[in-house]
Design a protein around this ligand. Structure first.
Ligand SMILES: [Zn+2]
Length: 283
């Protein structure tokens, strides 16, 4: 049984890029007689706007999608804490007190999410209360798991290369939530029984880290389907732009959501918007 999910964060309205991502996940599940889940990733305390989640549901309904609800991330902080404690107890996490600007100043490598943390605090001794974050010791983790592979349905088998991202943050101390995206999403997909993780190509590099976390935490390993991104006129990932209506705006204006969904499926995109790569949008 194939299980996919769409996992938006309620820190801004959904736009066409989200619609495309939800349709990909929905259609892949439907085509295989599987299940499609909606999971609200609402642990970004400061930016989270709970009132948006009902708007999201109205948007998906308007697009003609049907889904099952998975628990929102805010209900799962205990699981994140427990997994972080497991990793810490096996010596795989270390406290870091570097500010973002300090890291940018000393980093020599650039990774998928910006400057790669050079491991400044690895082995340093300071009071854990001073930690701004807890980081995964990726080299030590890889030494323990050995080489790992993962499967992207479109790109084929991949050698896991978690070192590309450096020692990523798994636990943030400056937020209300105890988990970073990497830890929370990996645990949630396992807890929700997701067998096919569908998301945009921008998250392709994050999958190397997620595969490593699955190995460290003994979680089931899904397959992935990284879909092309909708790009704006400047070639950047589509985001909420000035003058570009959100799905909620379009819905309230009386636009036909099902027709919009069918246009996206057929690759008929509004003027100025392109698909990020030549591979077919929805296999
Ligand atoms: Zn540090």
């Amino acid at each position: 049984m194939v299980v996919t999910r769409f996992a938006p964060s309620p820190n801004g309205p959904l736009h066409l890029g989200h619609a495309f991502s939800a349709i990909v996940a929905h259609d892949l599940a439907r085509a295989r007689g599987g299940r499609f889940l909606l999971r609200i990733e609402d642990i970004d305390g400061a930016r989270s706007r709970p009132e948006l989640t009902d708007e999201f549901r109205a948007d998906l309904e308007w697009l003609g999608l049907e889904w099952e609800e998975a628990p929102a991330q805010s209900t799962r902080t205990g699981a994140y804490e427990s997994a972080a404690a497991t990793l810490a107890a096996s010596g795989l996490l270390y406290p870091c007190r570097c500010a973002r600007a300090e890291i940018a100043a000393v980093a020599t490598a650039k990774g998928p999410d910006g400057p790669v943390y050079p491991g400044t605090c690895r082995g340093a001794t300071f009071a854990p209360e001073e930690a701004a974050a807890w980081r995964l010791d990726v080299a030590e983790a890889v030494r323990r798991t050995g080489p790992l592979t993962w499967l992207d349905e479109r790109a084929g088998e991949q050698q896991a290369r978690p070192e590309l991202s450096g020692d990523v943050v798994l636990v943030r101390k400056d937020a209300e939530t105890p988990a970073s995206y990497h830890l929370a999403a990996t645990l949630d997909d396992a807890a929700d029984g997701v067998t096919l993780v569908t998301r945009g190509m921008d998250l392709f590099p994050a999958t190397h880290i997620h595969r490593l976390l699955q190995a460290l935490l003994g979680l089931p390993v899904p397959a992935w389907h990284h879909h092309p991104l909708l790009l704006d006129e400047t070639g950047r990932k589509l985001a909420k732009r000035r003058g570009s209506p959100s799905l909620a705006d379009r819905r309230r204006a009386g636009e036909d959501g099902r027709a919009l969904a069918d246009s996206l499926r057929a690759g008929r995109l509004p003027a100025g918007i392109t698909l990020g790569e030549g591979l077919s949008a929805i296999s």
